[in-house]
Design a protein around this ligand. Structure first.
Ligand code: ZN
Length: 627
């Protein structure tokens, strides 16, 4: 039942230390915006298409839970799922964040089937390459051209460090020779799009040659891909990116997000530029909420990332033409995500050709701040262009053009916007288009989907996992619970309740008594933790469960349901427990449960400890309330 690492007690303690050092509100708050709500925090759930804050983070229990899709867990679960890490990666990430040094990882099990490179292997290939490229940049001879380019662009050494800039050498085997010398497996480098197989003989060559290297990081700062600018002006193209890999999806990734995420959340606004150097120049000038797309327009996937961090996205373009070209897609993103999408263009404010050039001029930063502040929302922007195009045209030509524009917006997704937001948008459109709201409503076709369908992602995720236990974990979120299931949930909320039972009551919590296979396993873990003298509260059980996501989720869901039902009131919890004990004893006949020797002993031990504490008047935290 328990995870592999469980057999190692020092690793257990280590996991516990990492968990204690990682406050869940802060960790989740680094990725999505959380707002206080009573004793909890609420935010948009990143695991389903959430439009109202459905995810709750409970500091007292150090868990999160989504009321719509049912995803739930502790800080490890969130990090694993949000950042797509496995348990070991998540632990390492949290440990690093908290400044905890971990024991070196175990060697792979002998006899284990040789598998292809894991995501971790790809990440470490990217880290190795980053280090290699930085070494080349620092090299007196091989890094000279690249350093000269960095100088010419006015990028300070501090910024070059912050964005980990590097250089690929002017040869086809620089990286190949480096890994060979270090005895590293090249397959992970091929999978990470850093090396390519030659068609002629299957040998390998470097994917990047003679270029200034811009490592592309994910939101938590791990390098997942590279952008590269030519160093020889004769060569084409000027910029290239890594091709998509298991780590890297170009149309969902934003350059500089790791460096910008704090500032984006603080200002509730993200500025999106067209290139790496523009983003770096903005950061260098002290405008820290700036990211860049990787040669694509803003996509819905970008919108989904950003809307969890801010309310407003400003797309910053050099010229009107680029702005106009991007506006179509920007409107689609605006309709698809609850984000205000605005467009700002430099032309009209300055003759500087891009933000980089502008920021090098005296007073350039002030001009750029003004351009960003005066960005027009994308609907306003489009209608301004329609009107400019039709200046001087007759009334009927103008109204025809506006109608066409509105029809196009209906098809671009306005018809599918949820009703409340749609009404707000229509009101706004009526203003910018100069027509009444009724006209707009008539022009917009009925929604394709109506968006009324219940949220599906968790169901999909379930189909993906394919497991029966996933289905069980999902149903646990809503189905009525049996008496002994309530008991299990009560123990997770307050293990001290076990002390109110006689040792003969152990069968009430025996795994055999649970119809649900998942809860039987949970009961087994509770018995095991208690049997070993541990505290089988939610966090103790999560530590013992290991990596089984369904089991972890069912523990959190079960405990939360008891919390909701008893409103976290210890007196109500005790009453609820007592009545469920009575009910469970009544339908106990169903089960010929063995008296779970461990749990029986544990119950006895808890009783004795409580009696002793009561006599001494000592720490009452684990005691059942007098009743
Ligand atoms: Zn959710």
């Amino acid at each position: 039942v328990a995870g592999l690492w469980r057999s190692n007690p020092s690793r257990d303690r280590e996991t516990e230390r990492v968990k204690d050092a990682s406050d869940i509100v802060r960790v989740i708050g680094e990725s999505i915006s959380l707002r206080p709500k009573g004793r909890e925090y609420a935010g948009l759930c990143p695991f389903h298409d959430d439009h109202t804050p459905s995810m709750y983070v409970v500091p007292a229990k150090q868990i999160y839970k989504c009321f719509v899709c049912g995803s739930a867990g502790d800080v490890f679960d969130f990090v694993m799922r949000f950042h797509k890490m496995d348990f070991v990666e998540a632990k390492r990430y949290l440990a690093e964040r908290a400044g905890i040094t971990l024991e070196p990882p175990r060697r792979a099990e002998p006899g284990a089937a040789p598998a292809g490179p894991s995501r971790t292997d790809l990440l470490s290939a990217c880290a190795t390459a980053t280090e290699f490229f930085r070494g080349v940049l620092a090299h007196p001879e091989h890094g000279r051209t690249a350093r000269a380019l960095i100088d010419r662009r006015g990028i300070t050494p501090a910024m070059a460090d912050r964005f980990m800039l590097g250089a690929s050498p002017d040869r086809w085997d620089g990286l190949v020779l480096t890994l060979r010398a270090r005895g590293l497996d090249p397959v992970a480098f091929v999978d990470a799009a850093l090396l390519r197989p030659r068609e002629s003989d299957g040998g390998l060559y470097d994917a990047f040659r003679n270029r200034l290297m811009f490592p592309i990081q994910d939101q938590v700062g791990r390098v997942i891909a590279f952008g590269a600018r030519r160093l020889n002006e004769e060569e084409d193209p000027k910029y290239i990116n890594s091709s998509d890999t298991r780590l890297f999806n170009k149309s969902a990734t934003l350059y500089a997000l790791a460096q910008a995420s704090r500032e984006i959340q603080a200002r509730r606004t993200a500025v999106v530029t067209e290139g790496y150097t523009d983003a770096i120049a903005c950061h260098q000038a002290g405008i820290g909420n700036v990211v860049a797309t990787l040669g694509t327009a803003l996509t819905r996937e970008h919108g989904a990332v950003l809307r969890r961090m801010c309310d407003r996205v400003v797309l910053l373009f050099d010229g009107d033409e680029a702005g106009a070209r991007a506006a179509d897609r920007a409107v689609e993103v605006f309709f698809a995500e609850p984000l205000d999408v605005c467009i700002a263009t430099l032309s009209g404010h300055t003759d500087a050709k891009d933000p980089d050039e502008l920021l090098k001029r005296p007073g350039g930063r002030e001009v750029l701040e003004r351009v960003i502040a005066q960005a027009r929302d994308v609907l306003d922007y489009r209608f301004a262009r329609v009107r400019a195009r039709l200046a001087g045209a007759g009334i009927s030509a103008t109204s025809r053009a506006i109608e066409e524009e509105l029809e196009w917006m209906g098809k671009a997704g306005l018809a599918d916007v949820p009703p409340v937001r749609q009404r707000l948008i229509i009101r706004h459109l009526a203003g910018v288009a100069g027509v009444d709201e009724g006209t707009i409503a008539r022009v917009i076709p009925a929604g394709r989907s109506g968006r009324a369908a219940p949220p599906a992602p968790e169901r999909e995720a379930r189909a993906e996992d394919g497991g029966e236990s996933s289905a069980e974990a999902f149903d646990l979120h809503t189905r009525p619970l049996e008496a002994r299931e309530h008991l299990l949930g009560c123990v997770l909320c307050d293990p001290g309740l076990l002390g109110t039972l006689g040792p003969d009551a152990a069968p009430l919590l025996a795994p055999e008594g649970y119809r649900s296979g998942l809860l039987a396993r949970l009961a087994h873990v509770v018995g095991e933790v208690a049997g070993q003298g541990g505290s089988p509260d939610l966090s103790g059980v999560l530590l013992a469960v290991g990596e089984d996501a369904d089991l972890r989720r069912s523990a959190v869901v079960l405990a939360s349901r008891i919390d909701e039902q008893t409103e976290r009131d210890p007196v109500r919890l005790r009453q609820h427990w007592d009545s469920c004990v009575t009910r469970a004893r009544l339908d106990g006949s169903r089960v010929e449960a063995k008296p779970g020797a461990d749990l029986g002993e544990a119950i006895e031990r808890i009783r004795q400890r409580q009696a002793m504490h009561a006599a001494l008047g000592a720490d009452r935290r684990v005691l059942p309330r007098p009743g």
